[in-house]
Write a protein that binds this ligand. Structure first.
Ligand code: UGA
Length: 445
């Protein structure tokens, strides 16, 4: 099949590469010349496990092309997939400027019948509006069908998620389009769920909002656990055995970040208010998340008493492991608070240092190894659960820190493992381990 993907961001690029890998001829377009240049040379502008290898392979096989020439790439293609950004506006609603611009370009370029797919996350009703908008602006007498086809890819494992997804949602009023899209995705071997466009659009928001709800819920439970002396990890495990609940997305931490959950939860609150529905539950989820991102620093303050002039090491800056993305990462707010309190902050991330430089306060010193960050520090804050931190020898903290005090925002270490070292360890929703004052008696139970 001949497919054009518009937008070479996370979603567009991964989709394009994976579709070419299952044998389709894919052209990927973007307005960013530098990015296209890089991609034409087989270099991925984003860090995504397995992506660059597949990119190079499929370029070499002649199935994958990159261009800035929008008009030509829309002309003779069967399916156009729109995967441009829908960033949040000041009021939380989605900015659809790029979607409308792309729709106009398509209307003024297509000369054959075809299918137009919106993969970008868009408010409910957008597919119908875009269908009318394209229809009104068409310059040729062609027929096109419209499909809402939301994505459920996690950054860091987006390639894996594309090949092994739980579901493919196809929202369309056209049986022909549903058949064509099902055939296009057939080799991914996943059941397609076919519905109408508005329902498909809502499935996307409802899924992200529900996952965010699970996270805020377990974070609230973790805060209570800390006060009553329970262990949130075991609570989540115990809950997860119930198949109606499941184990996934019950890891307590410093709150969700990234380019999706914060944006989509705010957008859904906005979508609800547009139809005069006050989405109280989701507003609370967002509030809990904002509060959760501040709690770790409060713990540091109450433990160290005086933060001013202290050397604080931050390990991990990306919003989660295996990505260099720091958009809405909790590390940003945490670093800002620490700097405001007068701490000397030294930070390290295995791959996000470069991206972090642009958004972190200038006072944060970025270093290229975790040892450099930890060396001589008065406290370590772990903000991303990279394997590199999880696997490290804990004795490094004892050897390199002034006095080993760790604030682990991601529960990277088993408590029994920590107890073997002379470390003071504060994690989320679990008892404090204090080498000097044993406060963990109930662990022995
Ligand atoms: C999320 C969804 O998981 C994808 O299904 C969706 O397609 C994507 O958004 C999107 O809308 O494009 P992503 O933002 O890449 O994917 O990352 P997640 O793995 O979902 O993690 C989001 C945040 O939640 C991270 O900050 C992570 O640390 C946090 N999280 C996740 C927790 O705090 N606890 C958990 O148990 C799970």
């Amino acid at each position: 099949m001949e497919i054009t993907v518009v937008g070479c961001g996370y979603v567009g690029l991964v989709t394009a590469v994976c579709l070419s890998h299952i044998g389709h001829k894919v052209t990927c377009v973007d307005i960013d010349k530098e990015k296209i240049n890089q991609l034409q040379n087989g270099l991925s502008p984003i860090y995504e496990t397995g992506l660059e290898e597949l990119l190079q392979k499929n370029i070499a096989l002649g199935r994958l092309h990159f261009t800035t020439n929008h008009k030509d790439s829309y002309k003779n293609t069967e399916v156009i997939i729109i995967a441009v950004g829908t960033p949040p506006k000041q009021d939380g609603s989605a900015n659809l400027d790029s979607i409308y611009q792309t729709a106009l370009d398509i209307a003024k370029s297509i000369v054959n019948d075809g299918i137009i797919v919106i993969k970008s996350t868009v408010p409910v009703g957008t597919n119908s509006k875009i269908q009318r908008y394209i229809q009104e602006n068409l310059i040729s007498n062609v027929h096109f069908d419209m499909v809402s086809n939301p994505e459920f890819l996690r950054e860091g494992s987006a390639v894996y998620d594309t090949f092994y997804s739980d579901r493919i949602v196809i929202g369309t009023n056209s049986e022909r389009a549903a058949r064509t899209l099902s055939a296009m995705y057939k080799k991914f071997n996943t059941q397609a769920f076919i519905t109408d466009p508005s329902t498909a659009e809502m499935i996307k928001y409802a899924s992200n909002a529900f996952l965010a709800t699970k996270i805020s819920f377990i974070n609230e439970i973790s805060n209570i656990c800390e006060k009553v002396g329970a262990n949130v990890e075991d609570v989540a495990n115990g809950m997860g055995f119930d198949k109606r609940i499941g184990h996934a997305f019950l890891n307590a931490g410093i709150g969700y970040g990234g380019s999706c959950f914060p944006k989509d939860t705010r957008a859904l609150v906005h979508i609800a208010s547009d139809v005069e529905h006050d989405f109280d539950l989701l507003k609370s989820v967002i509030n809990v998340n904002n509060k959760q991102q501040k709690l770790l620093v409060q713990k540091v303050v109450s433990t160290l008493q005086e933060i001013k002039g202290q050397h604080i090491a931050v390990l991990g800056l990306s919003f989660k492991p295996n990505t260099s993305d720091i958009r809405e990462a909790p590390s940003i707010k945490i670093a800002e608070q620490l700097i405001e309190l007068g701490a000397n902050v030294v930070a390290y991330d295995p791959i996000a240092n470069e991206n972090a430089k642009a958004v972190l306060p200038n006072e944060v010193r970025l270093v290229s190894t975790k040892e450099e960050a930890i060396n001589g520090s008065d406290a370590v804050l772990i903000l991303t659960e990279w394997e590199e931190f999880k696997d490290m020898d804990l004795q490094i903290y004892v050897e390199l820190m002034n006095k080993p005090i760790i604030f682990d925002g991601r529960n990277c270490y088993d408590l029994k493992r920590v107890k073997k070292h002379n470390i003071e360890y504060h994690s989320i929703g679990r008892p404090i381990i204090n080498a000097y004052m044993d406060t963990t008696l109930f662990l022995e139970r």
